[in-house]
Ligand binder design. Sequence first.
Ligand SMILES: [Zn+2]
Length: 404
Amino acid sequence: MRIIRAAKVLTGRPGEVIEEGEVLIDGSKIVSVGPPGSAGGEGEVVELPGHTVLPGLVDAHVHLGFDAKVDPVTRRSAESDRHLLLRMAENARKLLSAGVTTARDLGGRGFLDLALRDAIEEGLTVGPHLVAATRPITVTGGHCWYMGGEADDEPAIRRVARENLRAGADCLKVMASGGQMTPGAPPSWVPQYSTEQLRVVVEEAATRGKGVAAHAHASASIRSSVEAGVTTIEHCTFFTPSGHQYDAKLADLVADSGTYVCPTVHGVFWRMREVHGPEMLDKWLHGVASMREVGVRLIAGTDAGFGLAGIDNRTDGFVGGLEVFAMAGHTNAEIIELATVRAADACGVGTLTGSLEAGKRADLIAVAGDPLKRLSDLRNLALVLVSGRSVTQAGVDTVTSSVG
Ligand SMILES: [Zn+2]
C-alpha cells in the first residue's frame, strides 16, 4: 500500500478539490481518496507538499505510427513494420512524458497499435494505456486508405469492421469525410459515406460494446455522424466547399445529441498559424469557442503524429494543446475535466480510469504548483503512475522501464 499526500488533490469530478488530500493505492488500484488522515496509517507515504495530484491525462486522438516530419504515404513504403513498431514505442514513451496515461490511437497500419497496447500492458515497454482503433474504415483511395481499411459499400464496411474487431480493436474509426494529407483523396469538405453507411459501422461496433470515432471535417459529415449515432466526432471543422463555415444550428444538434467532439487541438497551433496564415486557423479556434458556448461535449486530443506541411506535432506536446483550449475561452477547471474524466468516458474507459476514485486504476500524475491557477504547471511533472507503477519521477529522462 502507498499513500500519496499532496497540497491539493483534484479528483477529476468537476469542481472537486481536496486540500491536503490523500490517495491510498494498493497495487494497480486506488483504494480511497479523501481528506487528511482518511487513508489511515498503513503503507509507504509519498509526501508532495506544494504539489497537485490529479488523474493521468487522456489524449483521445493520437497516431503513434507517425511523426509529421515524414509524409505518411512515403513512409508506408519506406519503413518496415518492425522499425515502425519501435518508433511507436518511442512515441508512446514521449506521450507518457507529458503526463498522458491513457491515449486513443485513431489509426495506423498492420494492427501494430494492438501489439504495442499489449506490450505496454505486459510491462515490456513504457507507455500510456492504449485504446486502439486499428485500420480506419475509408473508401477506396480515400483519406488514409494506405492504412489498409478500404471499404466502399455496406458488406465491405461490415467486413473491415469485423476484421478490426476480430483482431482486437477497442473502437472503430471511420473516415466520414475526406481530409488532408492523402494525395488524390477526396478533400475535407466532401463526405465519403452516407448516414446509412456510418450506421453500419456503429452497429458493428455495438455488437462488441465498442464506440465509433468519426473523422468529420465536412459539415454534411458532422450531421451524418450525429444521425448515425457515433460516439465521438473528430476535428468537427465545419468545412464546406467554400472553406470553414461555422454552423450554429448544426453545433446545437451536436450539443443536443451528447456526441463528444474532439476538435484535435494541438500545441503546434501557433506554428501552423505562422506558416499557413491566420485566417483558417482563427476561424477554427472561433469554432471551438462557439461549440463550448453551446455546450458541446469537447474532449482533448492532439492528432499527434500528424502535422501539416512538415510541422512536427509531437506526442509530448499535449499540454500545449490544452493551452489552446484556454485561448478558446475554457477555464482551467474545464480543461482538466475535458482532458481527464470526460475524455476517458468518450474513449469508453470511464469506468476504469479518468478520475481518482476507489476501484479505478491508479493512473495519476503529480505536478509542482496548481494547474487550476496556472495551466502550465501541468508541465512540472513530479510523478506519473500508470496502474500504480511509477514510470517517471522528476522528468522523463529517468524513465528506463515500466517493470517493477
Ligand atoms: Zn487523426
